[in-house]
Design a protein. Structure first.
Length: 434
């Protein structure tokens, strides 16, 4: 590949790559995956579902175990998730570098297997009532390993899926992720009545199952290696990405958008229960609506909008976030929250898969893992900083809900404007129909 000389740092196909069959698919042809690539993406979606299912079985109930059963003070229990967030932030760039150095398929297999081992360790610690700090250490390692699986998944999709089909591929994988998130807590709530060591052990078994599926699904996948791959890997990544104005702009706008998107869990749940006095059951139903819509409509909605360039789609999605957040501020009953949640979910479906796809378009040979790792880093930082900002604003604007949600939605407004402008200036190599 070689850089487009437009100044945006867009990648365009070289003649050699066209000969290798990587040319852009003509309009009206090749609109769906087939053969080994299709089977791999479907298997990867299943792997994501199992991997996320394993995670979501145990982690929603971890604070309950540590505080209610073990008697650990809440201020210490509250440190667990920030520590796990730090692990993901640290792990993202390292996972990207490793994905460029090693076989991505090995990472896809090895990361969930290694996480399974850490869950076995957590099961043993729960059985013997090990000290709190030992849980923190293993949870840090577990979260650190998780980003290696995510990065390997993103990089492999970039490797084997033609650019014009990547939104579909990333959307398919995200459907699996949401299936895991929806089903895991329900099973976990039932299993939480059993000893927590058993819950950790069952989670480990599912991690091993995800590793086994990844092993089986990658057998038929062949990634063509080029001689200059290692030359690319040895280059200074920081220098390369600093010259890539397109990627830098994508990272900056995505970070601003993630500041809004990240309010979806903690800030919204606190606001709905503490300010609007929703019970936990109807609150849970709101999140069920979100997950169900993503499972049912993510792939179809991206097919429907495939004639719209992806930066415009991200911009539209960002504005829908703003409107939905204003809806949260105006909500006085559950039905209002539900309507705003549905609108927000449409915004999520339009934007999230396209952001990952845009990062994959920017990535040059030999740096795919690190480009995707950098995007994961920005997302993890956004998801760490965003809820903190949300908690401060919630405390200050408790009596002014509309003002609160307008401020929280303003990040999406800024990002949306940026993506709309970008959609008019980015070269066609990255705004092609998908």
């Amino acid at each position: 590949m070689e850089k487009d000389r437009s100044g945006f740092g867009i990648l365009r196909k070289s003649t050699a790559e066209h000969k290798e069959g990587k040319s852009e698919t003509p309009r009206g042809r090749g609109r769906s995956l087939n053969g080994p690539s299709s089977r791999f993406i479907n298997a990867l979606s299943v792997t994501w579902a199992i991997n996320t299912f394993a995670y979501s079985i145990v982690f929603p109930f971890l604070p309950i175990y540590l505080h209610s059963i073990r008697g650990i003070p809440l201020e210490l229990v509250g440190l667990v998730f920030p520590v796990m967030g730090i692990a993901a932030i640290i792990g993202s760039p390292l996972a990207g570098f490793t994905a460029d150095r090693l076989d991505r398929k090995q990472l896809l297999i090895g990361a969930p297997f290694a996480r399974g081992i850490t869950f076995i360790g957590l099961a043993v610690m729960a059985a013997v009532n090990a000290p709190f700090w030992t849980f923190v250490v293993l949870l840090f390692i577990n979260s650190f390993l998780g980003v290696f699986f995510q990065n390997a998944s993103d990089a492999l999709i970039t490797d084997i899926v033609p650019p014009e089909l990547r939104v579909h591929a990333f959307s398919t994988v995200r459907v699996g992720l949401n299936i895991g998130w929806m089903s895991g807590p329900a099973i976990g709530a039932f299993l939480a009545r059993t000893p927590f060591s058993l819950l950790f052990f069952i989670t480990a078994v599912f991690c091993f199952a995800a590793s086994a599926i990844a092993l089986r699904s990658t057998r038929g996948i062949v990634i063509r290696k080029r001689r200059n791959d290692m030359q690319h890997v040895s280059r200074s990544f920081s220098a390369a990405i600093m010259r890539d104005r397109n990627m830098l702009l994508l990272l900056a706008l995505s970070f601003v958008l993630f500041l809004t998107v990240s309010q979806f869990v903690s800030t919204l749940s606190l606001y709905a229960t503490a300010v609007k006095h929703l019970d936990k059951t109807p609150l849970g139903l709101l999140y069920t609506i979100n997950g169900a819509m993503v499972i049912l409509f993510l792939v179809p909605i991206n097919r429907l909008f495939r004639q719209v360039n992806m930066y415009l789609r991200i911009g539209i999605g960002a504005f829908l976030y703003l409107i939905a957040y204003i809806g949260f501020g105006l909500s006085g009953m559950w039905m209002h929250f539900a309507a705003a949640m549905m609108l927000m979910t449409v915004g999520e479906m339009l934007s999230v898969s396209c952001i990952v796809t845009a990062a994959s378009y920017c990535a040059p040979d030999g740096m795919v893992g690190r480009y995707m790792g950098t995007m994961n880093l920005v997302r993890n930082v956004g998801y760490a900083v965003g809820p903190y900002i949300g908690s401060l604003l919630l405390a200050h604007y408790t009596g002014k809900p509309l003002t609160l949600w307008i401020i929280l939605g303003s990040f999406a407004f800024i990002a949306g404007l940026g993506f709309l402008v970008f959609s008019q200036h980015a070269p066609s190599a990255q705004t092609r129909r998908m």
